[in-house]
Design a protein around this ligand. Structure first.
Ligand code: ADP
Ligand code: MG
Length: 549
């Protein structure tokens, strides 16, 4: 635009600058990310996956490892008591005291013991001074004695000896995949209960889907090694990726270690009972439905239904959204890369610039809407499964392709447009003006529009010495080119002294011979000259003579 100005074409410079301002409007750029995130989170919500924010969805697209909590997450969390071993044979007494303490607990193990006491119709006494040690167990005062229920460590750390028979039972339960819960009262171990739940029916399918996405799966649990190994074995989780016997703080530290230090982007999936800290420690926390409120608070994603397949579904939507964002940026940038230089050099009409700008925004929105079909689109599924490097390559193509496409579309439009590549801009400097003096005062003004080869419109206006329109009774016009070819131009009247003629002219100089009879019956014979440009946008519009004397 500056170059056009320096060259002495202020009108063209202004138009070029206008076109630049219009095409450079960053609408598409501004829409590229938020629209994709909006459609992506909307799509996820329709599947019962609540994504806290667009930022979470973006982070989600980078996840390459998913860590699961065991109890209540990979398993149903509906625990049952399978066996009770009492040191002195009083199983009912053991269950009665255990249930009394656990009534105040929200842990699945507690629910199992309370349920067992209810099924056996035991009268459960009240408890006072309840306290829970996260990931260890619970304690309270029942009928005047201190009762402990939980991991063997909880009991031994209180200085109570665990009898050999209970150790044997614990070992057997572990081998069978049960969780052994030790009950002690009044400084004496009463016995041990075997509790357990089952693996969620859809867990295996969810893990398979996740492995197909190239995501590694790990399991952390506060439970003992036996039950942890049983669940891992059933789901095919690699033994080196299973850690058991962790306290909640240790779980969180382990999540942070696998993520931050391991250089990976990890998601932690939990139900929130004793794992809210690890949900918060992960790059992405996923709380599963039916879990505790603490989980929902510390999670970026909440699965409304407790269906674990929501986890790979969320990751797939996130990856697809990420790809669409990259594509959108490609459209927005690519379009600007092509259009701004065109506009700056005066080759893009402001109207076309406006249309292209609208189109780029529509393209970005339409591309984002593809996310609505993410589950049905085979291409998107395939891309989500690509490994890191292949995915980056695919994204690069997605980035470059729109720019190339836009570039060729603009090029094709320039060549194929009906004006033969002639932009409106060249017309903007027309009409060209020439004039001839009337002997004795006054002049004839002659306008030729657009003064390029092809169809032109000629305006002839007579003025008197005072500058007022001079009435003319009759007129005849003949155009003559350099080769002497004569072309009569029939005129139509436009005003008292104003006539219009259509002229099909070739490029080159044209002389107009105008013979007129004024209203005062004076005969005038006048000549003007116009230079007709070839239909080439590169023709210098300010060529000498073009604009007449
Ligand atoms: P997970 O990681 O499998 O969800 P938690 O960290 O919640 O396990 O608990 C770890 C272990 O602590 C349980 O397996 C259980 O042995 C013991 N525990 C936790 N809470 C209780 C409770 N309320 N009553 C008895 N034992 C409990
Ligand atoms: Mg749990």
């Amino acid at each position: 635009a500056v170059w056009l100005l320096v060259r002495g074409d202020p009108a063209q410079a202004v138009l070029a600058a206008t076109a630049v301002v219009i095409v450079a409007c960053p609408c598409a750029l501004g829409l590229a990310t938020p629209v994709a995130l909006m459609v992506g989170t909307g799509r996820a919500a329709a599947n019962g996956i609540l994504i806290r924010s667009g930022e979470v969805l973006e982070r989600c697209g980078r996840i390459d490892m998913v860590i699961f909590d065991k109890t209540g997450t990979l398993t149903t969390g509906r625990m049952r008591v399978h066996e009770v071993i009492a040191v002195d044979g009083d199983r009912a007494g053991l269950l009665r005291l255990a249930a009394a303490v656990e009534r105040a607990s929200e842990h699945p193990v507690g629910a199992a013991l309370v349920q067992a006491a209810r099924e056996r119709e035991l009268a459960v006494p009240p408890a006072v001074d309840f306290s829970a040690r996260a990931g260890m167990g619970v304690s309270a005062r029942v009928e005047g004695q201190e009762v402990l229920v939980g991991r063997p460590e909880l009991v031994s750390q209180s200085g109570i000896d665990i009898p050999a028979a209970v150790h044997v039972a614990l070992a057997r339960f572990g081998a069978e995949g049960w969780t052994g819960v030790v009950v002690a009262a009044g400084g004496r171990v009463l016995g041990v209960a075997a509790v357990g739940d089952t693996v969620r029916p859809e867990a295996a399918a969810a893990l398979t889907e996740m492995r197909e996405l190239g995501i590694e799966v790990a399991m952390l649990t506060g439970d003992a090694a036996g039950p942890a190994a049983a669940v891992a074995g059933r789901l095919g989780i690699d033994r080196s990726r299973v850690l058991s016997g962790l306290l909640p703080g240790e779980k969180a530290a382990e999540v942070a270690r696998l993520g931050g230090a391991g250089g990976r982007c990890v998601a932690m999936v939990g139900d929130g009972v004793n794992d809210a800290p690890s949900l918060a420690a992960a790059d992405l926390g996923v709380a599963i439905g039916g879990g505790s409120d603490a989980a929902v608070d510390s999670a970026g994603i909440t699965l409304l239904s407790a269906d674990l397949r929501g986890v790979p579904a969320a990751l797939r939507v996130a990856r697809a959204t990420h790809a669409v964002i990259v594509q959108n940026l490609g459209w927005a940038f690519g379009y600007n890369t092509v259009a701004i230089p065109l506009a700056a050099s005066g080759l893009l009409d402001p109207v076309a610039a406006g249309a292209a700008m609208g189109f780029s925004s529509v393209a970005v929105v339409a591309n984002s809407l593809r996310l609505l079909r993410v589950d049905r689109s085979r291409g998107m599924r395939r891309r989500a499964r690509l490994s890191g490097a292949a995915r980056r390559r695919a994204l690069l193509v997605a980035w470059v392709a729109p720019a190339l496409l836009l570039g060729s579309a603009v090029g094709a439009a320039e060549v194929l447009s009906p004006a033969g590549g002639q932009p409106l801009l060249t017309r903007a400097v027309t009409p060209t003006v020439a004039s001839a003096a009337i002997p004795g005062g006054g002049r004839l003004a002659s306008y030729l529009d657009p003064a390029t080869a092809g169809w032109n419109q000629l305006h002839l206006t007579f003025f008197d010495a005072g500058g007022a329109e001079l009435a003319v009774a009759a007129i005849s016009v003949v155009a003559e080119d350099e080769a002497g070819r004569r072309l009569p131009l029939p005129t139509r009247r436009f005003g008292d002294g104003h006539f219009v003629a259509d002229a099909e002219l070739t490029a080159g100089a044209w002389h107009l011979r105008v013979d007129a009879t004024t209203a005062g019956a004076r005969h005038l014979s006048l000549r003007t000259r116009h230079d007709v440009a070839v239909r080439d946008r590169n023709q210098n519009p300010s060529a000498p003579g073009r604009n007449g004397p």
